[in-house]
Design a protein around this ligand. Structure first.
Ligand code: OAD
Ligand code: ZN
Length: 233
């Protein structure tokens, strides 16, 4: 492993479901993946919510319960400690589980929203709602509140993409962890980082479709590889 964290000033960690796998949160694809067990058309799209809001909310409550049973691992902790000691560390995540924040990382850019927020699009409001059950299910206007998550067919929040792009264009070290790299626009981030001169590292238990783009590919588990890196700070 050649990467030496001390040599970099602005670091972006870009994380996907593989980052939370060792905490016990299931990934989306691959064996045991959520989309093998649940049909997203019934549970994770606006159409499903409009037809059966309660069923969709129940599914998300199940996910909240299972995430609350999991704890951040040493890899999450390494990133949050590095952020405290290093000039500039930004986490851009596709994860909705809030695990980075629970480990103490601040200003996490959540591309796909959060399991811990609800919103009403008619009223343009978003509320924090943390806990196993949703404490609010309906907005003052009478609508069901929907999880503030990017579902299939939803547009990503433009402001959040811009924040992510800015951090990525300005970084000199880009570390992608535990993402299959198939979902856009996230799949374009390694290219964006590379085109602005960042050193790009991929950490994954296997090679991905994007591996060829990286300067360095480290095959291994997120927590173990990050624990190794921690000796270089
Ligand atoms: P995926 O489930 O597509 O990919 C998880 C990746 O993590 C795979 O490449 C695994 O090889 C890798 N992996 C598994 N365990 C690991 C470990 N311990 N250490 C390192 N890597 C490991 O998840 P994402 O790429 O995050 O979107 O999926 C992207 C988006 O697709 C998700 O945010 C979700 C999904 O549909 C929405 O819900 C909008
Ligand atoms: Zn409303």
């Amino acid at each position: 492993m050649v990467i030496d964290i001390k040599n970099y000033k602005k670091i972006v960690f870009f994380t996907g479901a593989g980052m939370s796998a060792e905490s016990g949160v299931p990934t989306y694809r691959g064996s045991g993946g959520i989309w093998h067990k649940y049909n997203y058309e019934e549970f994770a799209c606006q159409d499903a919510f409009d037809r059966h809001p309660q069923k969709v909310l129940d599914f998300h409550e199940l996910r909240r319960k299972s995430v609350l049973e999991c704890q951040p691992h040493n890899g999450h902790k390494f990133i949050s400690e590095l952020q405290k000691s290093h000039n500039y560390v930004t986490v851009v995540t596709q994860n909705i589980d809030g695990m980075h924040q629970r480990a103490g990382t601040e200003n996490v850019i959540e591309l796909h929203g959060s399991l811990w927020r609800l919103r009403c699009d008619d009223c343009s409001i978003t509320i924090d709602d943390i806990g196993e059950s949703f404490t609010n299910k309906k907005c003052k206007c009478g609508n069901y509140l929907r999880p503030d998550i990017t579902w299939f067919g939803d547009m990503l929040n433009e402001k959040v993409i811009q924040q992510a792009s800015e951090a990525i264009r300005n970084c000199d070290l880009f570390i992608s962890i535990g993402t299959s790299g198939v979902v856009w626009p996230a799949a374009g981030f390694p290219q964006e980082a590379k085109s602005t001169g960042a050193y790009c590292v991929e950490i994954n238990t296997e090679r991905t479709e994007l591996s060829g783009l990286f300067d360095e590919v480290i095959i291994g588990k997120a927590s173990e590889v990050l624990t190794d890196l921690s000796f270089r700070t």
